[in-house]
Ligand binder design. Structure first.
Ligand SMILES: Cc1cc2nc3c(=O)[nH]c(=O)nc-3n(C[C@H](O)[C@H](O)[C@H](O)COP(=O)(O)OP(=O)(O)OC[C@H]3O[C@@H](n4cnc5c(N)ncnc54)[C@H](O)[C@@H]3O)c2cc1C
Length: 475
């Protein structure tokens, strides 16, 4: 229970209308409503409208030693915005302005609570020649959390994970100080993370436990006049993956390369899970679907790129369909494939995801598939090839019924099992990891690395008020 005097102090910062300790409001923020993770407690929610207000809130939280949790939509799938130790949830959705678009250096400066829909709408209206990435998460989710948590979108082949799309940040530290990192710390331009030491890493991969980002510059890309989306179908994942890796290194104007399996594809059809086959083998269907997007500046260049893509797929025995031809098989991109979760089946969904070497995609799939089938769950596999083929993200989604405690138990056990097995693959890491998964990092890093992380956390958040109970620096 938080002293009512603190609520008055917070009301003085943002206005009465934007602070609440009412149960129906607290309920909205107390958990990630789709995961199998335990619930938390939100004592107060608050909606600031400027970086200065965020600063005042963090200073008050320091004075009273109350936890502060940055929040945009709270559906990150790792329950990492769930207030584990109570306190103030800072809902950033009033900070959703696009402050500047620099067409020459191709970036947008946005506020910390800007959603994908906010930016997309703004660009379509004001800068139609530029595009941001398109995520598969719902349009109302936050861009800054996605980028800070190594999210990914449909420009991943060009730019890498969301973290690599960040040019610079303005941040209120856990101490209440305001800092800028990147070129914006010395200039009016936010073109990159040069030339001082790259401090953006103090906020990337920390799950909001070192500070609240109030502004970020995010890379944009030119919208090319010619574009084609292909679906390549193959019998098995191990036959399809090498073709996708070959494509990633062939310089064919490819901006997105995604691999999904039969389980993912059939779930997207929103069929009743009980009536569909759990696995491609059972259904006697091809298991591999590759989604390929290419773009070009001239028609001739475009034709040549498309022809080469088809040729490489043919050599690898994949059947290629253009978006138009494949419209009956897959939704034509750009798309938001969140239908794969089919929340109508009881509303629960969680994944265990990893960044890994391109060498480990097939190994990850095989072990995750086996574990899913053992627990009678559909293995929904997804992998995206990033940064011109330098690395990949791979993950397995699990649907479950939130009203069925047995299913929640199975889901938790299954995710942990996949996670543990995946640790055996060389160089595997996680993204947006729930707390139980973060703990396992500490057994793997050098003691001095763990110590360094803890020292940084203490420096930036001396009273341990930032999203406590979450993130890598938490003890
Ligand atoms: C169906 C579905 C599909 C999805 N597909 C994708 C996908 O294709 N790609 C992808 O990247 N993600 C995907 N996601 C995951 C997720 O929705 C996104 O990563 C999203 O951007 C998270 O935004 P959020 O607003 O829910 O973040 P939140 O849950 O509010 O926050 C996530 C974390 O960031 C911290 N945080 C939030 N704002 C700030 C800030 N301003 N400063 C510091 N820390 C902050 C929070 O404390 C928390 O630790 C998907 C989710 C769903 C439900």
């Amino acid at each position: 229970m938080i002293d009512s005097k603190i609520i008055v102090e917070l009301e003085n910062v943002v206005g009465k209308k934007y602070v609440s300790d009412q149960p129906e409001i607290q309920f909205l923020y107390h958990y990630d409503f789709v995961t199998a993770e335990p619930e938390g407690i939100c004592d107060i929610s608050i909606m600031p409208n400027s970086a200065e207000e965020v600063q005042e809130i963090v200073k008050l939280a320091n004075k009273h030693k109350i936890p502060v949790v940055p929040w945009v939509s709270g559906i990150n799938f790792g329950s990492i915005a769930t207030p584990r130790k109570g306190g103030i949830v800072v809902d950033l959705r009033r900070l959703n302005r696009v402050l500047e678009v620099n067409e020459d250096d191709m970036y947008a400066v946005i506020e910390g609570g800007t959603t994908w829909a906010d930016l997309q709408g703004y660009l379509e209206k004001n800068h139609p020649g530029l595009r941001a990435g398109i995520t598969w998460s719902p349009p109302g989710t936050g861009i800054v959390p996605s980028c800070l948590c190594y999210g990914m979108f449909d420009l991943g082949m060009l730019g890498g994970s969301g973290a690599e799309f960040i040019n610079g940040l303005e941040v209120v530290l856990g101490s209440g100080d305001l800092v800028k990192v990147g070129s914006c710390s010395l200039s009016n331009y936010w073109y990159g993370r040069q030339p001082l030491p790259d401090l953006a890493g103090l906020f990337i991969g920390w799950e909001g436990s070192t500070g609240i980002v109030t502004k970020a510059a995010i890379k944009l890309w030119p919208k090319m006049p010619f574009r084609e989306d292909f679906a390549a179908l193959g019998l098995t994942i191990d036959k399809g993956v090498p073709v996708m890796l070959k494509l990633s290194k062939a310089g064919l104007g490819i901006c997105d390369l995604v691999i999904v399996n039969f389980g993912w594809g059939s779930s997207v059809q929103e069929l009743n899970e009980k009536n569909i086959a759990k696995d491609a083998k059972e259904a006697n269907m091809p298991d591999f679907v590759g989604l390929i997007t290419t773009q070009a500046y001239t028609e001739k260049q475009h034709e040549a790129q498309c022809e080469a893509i088809k040729e490489i797929c043919k050599e690898g025995n994949l059947r290629v369909l253009s978006a138009q031809e494949g419209a009956e098989v897959i939704t034509p991109p750009p798309m938001q494939l969140w239908g794969c979760w089919n929340f109508s089946r009881g509303g629960g969904g969680q994944w265990v995801g990893t960044y890994c070497s391109t060498r480990d995609i097939v190994k990850f799939y095989n072990l995750a598939r086996e574990i899913c089938l053992k627990h009678e769950k559909i293995p929904q596999f997804y992998s995206r090839i990033l940064f011109g083929g330098h690395y990949v993200v791979a993950r397995t989604n699990i649907n479950f019924n939130k009203n069925n405690p047995e299913e929640i138990k199975t889901t938790r056990a299954l995710l942990k099992e996949i996670h543990e097995e995946v640790q055996q693959l060389g160089g595997v890491v996680m993204y947006k990891p729930p707390k139980w998964a973060v703990q396992t990092y500490k057994n793997r890093t050098l003691p001095a690395t763990t110590e360094l992380i803890e020292k940084i956390k203490k420096l930036l958040d001396p009273n341990n008020i930032m999203n406590p109970g979450q993130g890598i620096g938490d003890d």
